[in-house]
Design a protein around this ligand. Structure first.
Ligand code: MOS
Length: 724
């Protein structure tokens, strides 16, 4: 028997391709026919209409080919008419359909030129005349209309009432009633969204930087008025996404339409500043939390109201209260989500949508409640632990949150925490500890995979799913190597292509969980196929791969998959709830004079089912926790009074760099969850950033006694607080 391959810290099988520059990302593709380069023209007003373009100077530039806008007629079919066509647009905006403008940065034209440089220079000369209308840009004021949307995009109810919070709050011995805020944030993957579109008659190949190639293909097929099978989307390598490449966005349609109109391939790569208005962001939130507890600190009432905005063409709601509804036992519950329409770019899920932003408020409030009750923050969480999902009374498929608290507290030396804030000073710094609970839903979607074995001893695995940098290539190679009993070096994995067996989008941390079942089904299909050709596969030995080699077949190819769906409306009926959990511990140091925060230590203990590769899993959690550092201390998108993003660059939008991240430690409980899928692995991508911002805020409070309820925790807020 081969040794176990799953679980081991195997290096990325695509690591060499990436580090030697051989991995091709979307804009690395250069079709043989002369490719034109596109640069987007963006609106500079927040509400109104285009009345005219002045393009004569652009048109005179050598290398300029064409300017395309709504004046070219209907090049793109209106996606608002899509009915129940099975695709998810990031926003209900069909580019170039009309002269209407809804927000600053809306795409109003594309310049095509023989080089990107000429396209940029030409676009910069185009003058746009507008008829402006008053824009709604603030959530405050008498003319704001609040909506209460019914469902989140997963099908979860957004307005939740259990029991009578009003009555329970009257019974409460301790209460916390506070407002918290999170700013607008942008995903900032290193690869900007890019599309290369090449038509051949009515068939289109798109090299598209997307987290969901099938969704992208369906979206483009619909809008271009061709059949789904006419559009092939290739995304073999994607340089991160964090949600902004999850749904399909107008720039992809523009690339496809421009290539068709121009009669040659078009390469459209968004600039960094385009990324701030073209493909979503996490909208800012205003959250109100009321907690009421009995004398023991057990929650009698929980209220969580979230106010946020949507764009005139978007419906994303930052679902902050959904986590609150499931995380602790609370005798009564009121979760409210309200949105108002603003003339701002559309929001979209961003890593831990709702979970990350909502737990900042909830887990800060729990820290405040612990202090009010006079007990340790971990003890408060233990007293409110729930062995059933409070939303529906179901058992969790697997939950080891109490072990996360215990192992984390021991490893972090939590017992050294000073209860009273601002009571530990070292040199010129306050030192404090904080913690918070992490959690993330277990999602699973239908997926398929194909296996090809040949007598030379090679195994090829093909699946449509994409690896957005999380390690899917490696995990899938491991699954197959282990399942067939073959060395991983003999396994080649092909992903990221709608011509391959279909799989879900790389969102909701569900690729591994979904593809595990597809690989399992394909291995079962191989077993059946071997039986067909007279091989007895019963019993554990020898491995399937050796049985194939002994079967005197040139090659064998099987394809199978799983239709199971968990965590979404319309999914499987089950009497279990699937969630991953964890606990995050932070040591914060705050400079007494300048309020500068450093984080010498951060520890996460996570319960995400079985760990399939300890190296890539750990890296995912490092990434998530680092995302949490950004959220807590640095990230904020600023909109000006005219609706313009004021800091649309990595120079002015701060993300954590190495100097901001010191010691990160990650541990896993590593208990398989076989009720969830055949390998027992739940998703791990987003889990690491949930709770991280609150753990940092709680540590900062414990250090210096300043409670910052509006992220990010910047030194001006701390200096202000420490003066008092
Ligand atoms: Mo994630 S926000 O589901 O890409």
């Amino acid at each position: 028997m081969t040794e176990t391959i799953l679980g081991r810290p195997i290096d990325r099988v695509d690591g060499r391709l990436k580090t030697t520059g051989q991995a091709k990302y979307a804009s690395d593709h250069r079709p043989i026919r002369s490719t034109l380069h596109g640069v987007l023209l963006k609106s500079t007003i927040a509400n109104g209409q285009i009345s005219a373009f002045e393009t004569s100077q652009a048109a005179s530039m050598p290398g300029f080919v064409r300017f395309i806008s709504h004046l070219d007629g209907a090049l793109i079919r209106d996606i608002a008419s899509r009915g129940d066509a099975p695709f998810f647009p990031g926003e209900l905006l069909t580019p170039f359909l009309s002269a209407d403008i809804h927000f600053v940065g809306q795409h109003i034209g594309i310049v095509l030129a023989k080089s990107r440089e000429v396209a940029e220079a030409a676009a910069a000369t185009i003058v746009v005349h507008y008829e402006q209308r008053p824009a709604q840009l603030s959530l405050h004021g008498s003319n704001v209309t609040w909506e209460r949307p019914i469902l989140y995009n997963t099908g979860e109810e957004l307005q939740i009432t259990r029991g009578d919070t009003k009555a329970e709050l009257r019974n409460a011995v301790y209460t916390v009633d506070q407002h918290y805020g999170t700013p607008a944030e942008h995903h900032n993957p290193i690869e900007t969204s890019s599309t290369v579109a090449e038509w051949d008659g009515d068939s289109l190949v798109l090299y598209d930087a997307t987290q969901g190639n099938t969704n992208s293909a369906r979206y483009v097929a619909y809008a271009m008025g061709v059949g789904e099978s006419n559009v092939r989307v290739v995304n073999q390598f994607v340089g991160g996404g964090f949600g902004c490449k999850g749904f399909a966005w107008p720039h992809t349609l523009i690339a496809a339409a421009a290539a068709r109109a121009a009669g040659c391939p078009v390469s459209l790569s968004l600039s960094r500043s385009d990324m701030y208005t073209s493909c979503g962001h996490r909208p800012n939130t205003e959250q109100h939390i009321v907690l009421g507890a009995n004398a023991e600190g057990q929650l009698l009432a929980t209220r969580h109201t979230t106010r946020s905005y949507r764009s005139p063409v978007g419906d994303h709601v930052e679902p902050c209260g959904l986590t609150t509804a499931m995380l602790y036992a609370s005798k009564s519950m009121d979760v409210v989500h309200e949105v108002a329409e603003l003339n701002l770019p559309s929001g979209t899920p961003m890593r831990g949508p709702g979970e990350a932003s909502g737990t900042f408020a909830l887990e800060s409030a729990m820290d405040e409640l612990a202090e009010t009750v006079g007990i340790d923050p971990i003890e408060l969480r233990r007293r409110n632990h729930t062995e059933i999902d409070p939303r529906n009374g179901r058992l969790w498929s697997s939950k080891n949150l109490l072990r996360c608290y215990d192992e984390g507290a021991a490893a972090f030396r939590w017992s050294e925490r000073q209860t009273a804030p601002a009571s530990r000073v070292e040199g010129n710094e306050y030192v404090g500890f904080g913690m918070a609970t992490a959690c993330y839903p277990g999602y699973r979607m239908p997926a398929r995979a194909r296996l090809k074995l040949d007598r030379s001893g090679q195994v090829l695995v093909e699946a449509g799913v994409q690896d957005i940098g999380t390690g899917a290539y490696t995990i899938i190679a491991q699954m197959v190597a282990e399942g067939l009993g073959v060395a991983i070096e003999r396994v080649t994995v092909r992903l990221g292509d709608t011509a391959l067996p279909e799989g879900p989008l790389a969102g909701g941390s569900m690729t591994t969980a979904s593809i595990a079942s597809a690989v399992d089904a394909a291995i079962q299909a191989l077993r059946d196929e071997l039986e067909q050709v007279g091989v007895n596969t019963a019993g554990a030995n020898p491995p399937l791969f050796d049985l194939f080699m002994s079967a005197n077949q040139e090659s064998l190819s099987v394809e199978s998959g799983s239709e199971t769906m968990f965590g979404f409306a319309g999914g499987q009926e089950t009497d279990l709830s699937f969630y991953s959990f964890g606990a995050i511990f932070v040591e914060a140091r705050v400079d007494k004079d300048f309020g500068i925060v450093t984080l010498p230590r951060m520890l996460g203990v996570f319960d995400a089912g079985r760990v399939l590769n300890s190296k890539t899993a750990e890296s995912q959690m490092f990434g998530g926790m680092t995302f949490g550092i950004g959220m807590a201390l640095l990230e904020e998108t600023e909109f000006g009074p005219d609706g313009r993003v004021l800091n649309p660059s990595l120079g002015e939008y701060y993300v954590p760099v190495n100097a901001d991240v010191q010691q990160l430690d990650v541990r896993f409980i590593d208990e398989p969850d076989y009720a969830f899928n055949p390998l027992g692995a739940r998703g791990i991508g987003e889990l690491g950033c949930v709770g991280a911002a609150a753990a940092i805020a709680n540590a900062v409070y414990n250090a210096c006694g300043v409670r910052v309820r509006e992220l990010p925790i910047r030194l001006d807020k701390l200096m202000e607080g420490m003066k008092q």
